[in-house]
Design a protein around this ligand. Structure first.
Ligand SMILES: C[S@@+](CC[C@H](N)C(=O)[O-])C[C@H]1O[C@@H](n2cnc3c(N)ncnc32)[C@H](O)[C@@H]1O
Length: 903
């Protein structure tokens, strides 16, 4: 397996000093001595100190090099060092704690004070710096950076005022987010009284206004006036007025000319269905806002510097590919360092959660060998393709900053008022095929009779375009890739570059043979006839675009998703309408729309074909995912006697690619389309030892473990084979199987925080029906099929970003026969939280969780996990054995991590 070994070696050297190198703290006692005395009390502080020491010590390590570089006057080398993306991105703790003196002087790689501090490659700041603290506060909604808010407002291009006369309306910026419209009105009324009470301004009329509306959760409100005089009085009295630590700013509200078209569409629709008022209020909604004088730059202060970096971060490239400015090897190092922090966090939190009187587990004691990491981080596997690797892109539909209907990426967070969408220009992770389809669709929207989606008032029709591409011929890719890799290597050697730098594999795009387009709309309130006509036109435009493009642009499936929700994240069961793709130049007529093929796409992993539905999860970087699954399989220690649980299995990718190495695979997945894909994929690839269960893992895991593992061992049983018949297959179990159907739903309902984050596509019409469906998915219909006993039970879990449900963690942790668990995570934070619960020792005296305690709302995920660990039934904890990262997302800070847990 290829790893960026060079990068890793140097990073490990500098960031992982052995414990001997760490100086004693706390009056000469070593960290260990202090910890053994009162671990809970001193742990956090010592860990931080330890990290500081590590940093200091890593600084020591590069010091001689720095001196050499300056003394040797190798200016090129020095510049190279200063160009390093991490140069001066952390504050020097030595400088801070030693009266602003540091023996490394200007060669110190850490910043001596806030002035020297540089933003990190992902545009974040050293968390201990003033800047980071300020930002953190604003993120928490307590304080908002003034210019940040201004920037956001400037980026709001959708409609969010309801005035019929924008000339007599103003936008108030920097209002408290939590204010309602009533708060804003009270404030304005109070201001009026205040002025009237001032003797020096007896002539003052007060702040009179017509309407005042506050945008929920945002720092802005709209105030309209009866007359220009009223408006000017308000500006005179309130613009610049202090509001907490901010000053109110009053912005112009400018009607957008480009809205006329949408307006006429609205009128058209208004005559067919909707009550007049709805659309009349909509038609004037589209405005953009500019702040009086904010471009003048008359307030050059610290905030402005901060704002400059924020605004830089808001180019589409910076939003979509924030690490793209770094060489690929530096991106890998950056990700590795941040994963190391997560592994340290796991150790610290598990130590903290370890119950009184229980000795620290071996792995925590051993963590000293790894500089505080909970286990060895074995490295990071590079992505085989660095550019254009995404096989799936979700493009938003909205207005650009120039007011043009655009298909691309949102420039920021809607909650902050950012709605501007920019074209996917210069985003190296997006394929040219995806960009091309976005541009064809954008061209179509400019002439559509239906309006684009407005995020502020949740009206409009066109919402999103998803481009999924696949169909690399593996042999072709293999040979192209080997040739290119060799060429790149030769080139790198010639140019003196290190391996691991960006590999352009442009030709790979030419081997894409399938493209599925999914267009998300909201059909509410629109006439069916108009919709059908627009779909016909859209299908023609997309088909024409694909055939007339200068580059190869296959279009093999087209489907519309109808979604009414507020955000574009549609539930898995949102209605889908497949459309047929007309032959270029031929008008197929409305009938043709109904003759569409099933919208599916075929991709290949480890020489298996995977048929994927539009809403099923599939990793966005297929070649890197292949590495990920094979690593997980290698670490799982599989054999013919292994029963493998593939938890959160999606279309069955992990289980099916490993099926031939195990006795039996049981996959659990809540998305019904993905489960039906998994069955089909087993069939396509002739795999018979897999069973896929459509349910939430938290609802069925306990029963499945019992079904397979609690039966008496029957030595003479024939090896189990199973059929994959396209249904929720439950082809195991016999009359003797003690399937326990007592549901553990009570437990689930204790964890609102997780439930709120996960949607279900499984039936849930009432508790009884739900319970019934869970029972069905766990009990065999064929009562005669014997349950095979397996010597070895392994679980590979690959949960969504929120991590595993606490019920699943509890079931896995407390089942004594599950000895090995491979955790694949795309979110280190949830991995840390779940691993705390899996790996912290428990006692007989478990604490009861207070169900009415709402304190968890303000807890970090690790804090919550520590809390839950206290109520874990007494059971043998897992130990983290090793971890490795796989980079599926070059140019972004994201990364997959695989961790092996054993007991
Ligand atoms: C990160 S994806 C992994 C999918 C699959 N392992 C793969 O690599 O293609 C997570 C999957 O978990 C599913 N999922 C989310 N919550 C779940 C739950 N509570 N129970 C079962 N599956 C769930 C999602 O639908 C999604 O398919």
């Amino acid at each position: 397996m290829a790893t960026s070994s060079k990068t890793e070696a140097s990073a490990t050297e500098t960031l992982n000093p052995s414990i001997e190198e760490i100086q004693p703290i706390n009056g000469g006692e070593s960290i260990e001595q202090v910890q053994q005395k009162a671990p809970e009390v001193v742990e956090e502080a010592t860990a931080e100190k330890q990290e500081e020491r590590v940093r200091e010590s890593s600084n020591d390590k590069i010091q001689p090099l720095n001196i050499l570089l300056t003394d040797g006057q190798d200016i090129g080398q020095k510049r190279k060092r200063e160009d390093h993306p991490l140069w001066k991105t952390s504050l020097c703790s030595y400088y801070r704690s030693h009266s602003k003196s540091c023996s490394h002087g200007e060669t110190c790689r850490y910043a001596h004070g806030e002035e020297e501090l540089r933003p990190r490659p992902d545009n974040s700041w050293d968390p201990t710096s003033e800047r980071a603290k300020k930002l953190m506060k604003s993120e928490n909604g307590e304080k908002i950076d003034s210019l940040d808010a201004r920037e956001d407002v400037l980026m709001a291009t959708d409609a969010f005022s309801e005035s019929s006369n924008p000339g007599l309306e103003k936008c108030f910026v920097h209002l408290p987010r939590k204010w309602s419209s009533d708060d804003l009105k009270s404030f304005l009324d109070e201001q009026a009284r205040g002025y009237l009470n001032q003797p020096s301004r007896l002539q003052w009329l007060g702040i009179l206004y017509k309407t005042a509306k506050k945008r929920k959760g945002m720092p802005i409100g709209f105030v309209s006036f009866e007359s220009t005089e009223q408006m000017e009085n308000a500006i005179e009295g309130l613009d610049g007025k202090s509001m907490g630590n901010k000053q109110i700013q009053i912005a112009n509200v400018i009607p957008r000319s480009f809205e006329k078209k949408a307006r006429s569409a609205m009128y058209l629709l208004q005559s067919t269905q909707q009550p007049t008022e709805t659309f009349l209020s909509n038609e004037d909604l589209s405005i953009s806002v500019s702040i009086n004088g904010c471009e003048d730059g008359d307030k050059v202060d610290d905030d402005l510097v901060l704002d400059a970096s924020l605004s830089r971060a808001k180019s589409v490239r910076d939003v979509v590919a924030p690490l793209a400015h770094m060489p690929y090897s530096d991106q890998l190092e950056h990700k590795k360092n941040s994963l190391m922090q997560s592994l340290k966090r796991l150790t610290r939190n598990a130590r903290k959660a370890c119950p009184d009187g229980v000795p620290l587990p071996e792995w925590i004691l051993r963590s000293r060998d790894w500089g505080g990491l909970s286990c060895k981080l074995e490295g990071i596997l590079e992505s085989p393709i660095v550019n254009g690797y995404r096989n799936k892109c979700e493009f938003s539909v909205g207005y650009s900053l120039q007011g043009k209907p655009t298909v691309g990426f949102l420039l920021g967070n809607f909650r902050e008022g950012v709605t501007a969408v920019e074209e996917p220009v210069d985003c190296p992770n997006v394929s040219r095929i995806a960009c091309k389809f976005a541009s064809i669709f954008q061209g179509f929207l400019q002439h559509s009779d239906l309006p684009i989606w407005n995020r502020f008032n949740n009206t409009g029709f066109w919402r999103q375009l998803t481009v999924s591409s696949a169909g690399f011929d593996k042999l072709q890719v293999g040979s192209i890739f080997i040739t290119l890799a060799l060429l790149v290597l030769i080139q790198q050697v010639r140019e003196g570059r290190t391996p691991g730098q960006a590999v352009e594999v442009e030709n790979l795009e030419t081997s894409i043979s399938e493209v599925l387009l999914m267009v998300q709309v909201c059909s509410v309130g629109f006439d069916d006839e108009i919709i059908t006509r627009e779909f016909e036109r859209m299908a023609q435009a997309l088909a024409l675009g694909s055939t007339t493009s200068s580059c190869s642009l296959p279009l093999t499936a087209l489907v519309v998703q109808d979604h009414r929700g507020i955000s574009n994240a549609a539930p898995a069961d949102a209605p889908l309408r497949p459309l047929s793709i007309p032959k270029a130049g031929i008008d197929p007529g409305p009938e043709a729309l109904n003759n569409a093929v099933e919208p599916r796409i075929n991709d290949y992993i480890s020489n298996l074909r995977f048929c994927i539905s539009p809403t099923a999860f599939f990793q966005v970087n297929t070649l890197a995912a292949e590495k990920l699954y094979s690593l997980a399989g290698d670490w799982a220690g599989l054999g013919p006697d292994t029963l493998l649980f593939d938890i959160c299995c999606g279309t069955g990718t992990i289980g099916l690619t490993l099926a031939r190495r195990v006795g039996m695979v049981v996959g659990i997945e809540m998305n019904a389309s993905a489960v039906s894909d998994a069955h089909r994929n087993a069939e396509i690839n002739g795999i018979k030892n897999c069973r896929f269960v459509c349910a939430k893992a938290e609802d069925v895991m306990k029963h499945l473990l019992e079904e397979y593992l609690n039966v008496p061992h029957k030595q003479d049983q024939a090896p189990h084979t199973s059929k994959s018949n396209g249904k929720d297959d439950a082809n195991t179990g016999d009359k003797d199987t003690p399937v326990d159907n007592v549901l553990d739903l009570e437990n689930c309902s204790n964890h609102e925080v997780d439930d709120a984050k996960s949607g279900s596509s499984c039936p849930s019409n009432g508790r009884e029906e739900h319970e019934d469906s869970i029972k069905k998915s766990c009990i065999s219909e064929d009562k005669n099929t014997p349950v095979q006993q397996y010597k070895d039970v392994v679980a590979i879990v690959d949960p969504p970003r929120v991590g595993l449900h606490p019920t699943v963690i509890k079931v896995l942790r407390t089942h004594p026969r599950l000895r090995r668990l491979v955790y694949i995570s795309c979110n280190p934070e949830s991995l840390v939280a779940n691993a705390i619960e899996l790996c912290t020792p428990s006692t007989d005296k478990t604490k009861k969780v207070n169900k009415n305690n709402r304190g968890w709302r303000s807890m970090s995920s690790a804090g919550l996990a520590r809390h839950r660990a206290k109520s874990m039934p007494n059971s043998e904890p897992f130990q983290p054995i090793k971890a490795m990262a796989v980079d599926l997302f070059p140019h972004t800070p994201h990364c997959e991590m695989v961790m092996l847990l054993e007991r």
